[in-house]
Design a binder for this molecule. Structure first.
Ligand SMILES: [Zn+2]
Length: 118
């Protein structure tokens, strides 16, 4: 994967993450207290793992799910595995990554999984 794309995706992922955390802070008092308690220098430094499990359950939020996916994608970027499907290892098409920067699976695997979960 070319470096330019990697850099761009990393920026998209970080921006998304900051946006989600800012939304959660704005909409949830408990979450706000947690973030303030952590005294982060930068919102992007907050990993979903840092957020108390109970809070995640209490929020039950779609946004937190997204946050987890973003963290996974960022980890894969650091490992140089970004853009490869976690299931089959095939390259995820660039258009898909541009549309969903935190996509971890190719469309085939994602579709198969959704079918299974139904
Ligand atoms: Zn796949």
């Amino acid at each position: 994967m070319d470096q330019e794309l990697v850099a761009r995706m990393e920026k998209s992922l970080t921006d998304l993450k900051v946006e989600i955390i800012a939304n959660l802070v704005a909409s949830n008092k408990d979450f706000k207290e947690i973030v303030e308690g952590m005294d982060p220098k930068d919102l992007a430094d907050i990993a979903s793992d840092d957020i108390d499990r109970k809070t995640i359950e209490a929020l039950g939020s779609q946004e937190l799910k997204r946050l987890k996916l973003i963290d996974s994608a960022l980890t894969r970027l650091q490992q140089g595995k970004y853009g490869l499907c976690v299931k089959c290892g095939k390259r995820i098409p660039q258009e898909r990554l541009e549309a969903i920067p935190y996509a971890l699976m190719c469309i085939e695997c994602k579709t198969a999984e959704e079918r299974r979960n139904r």
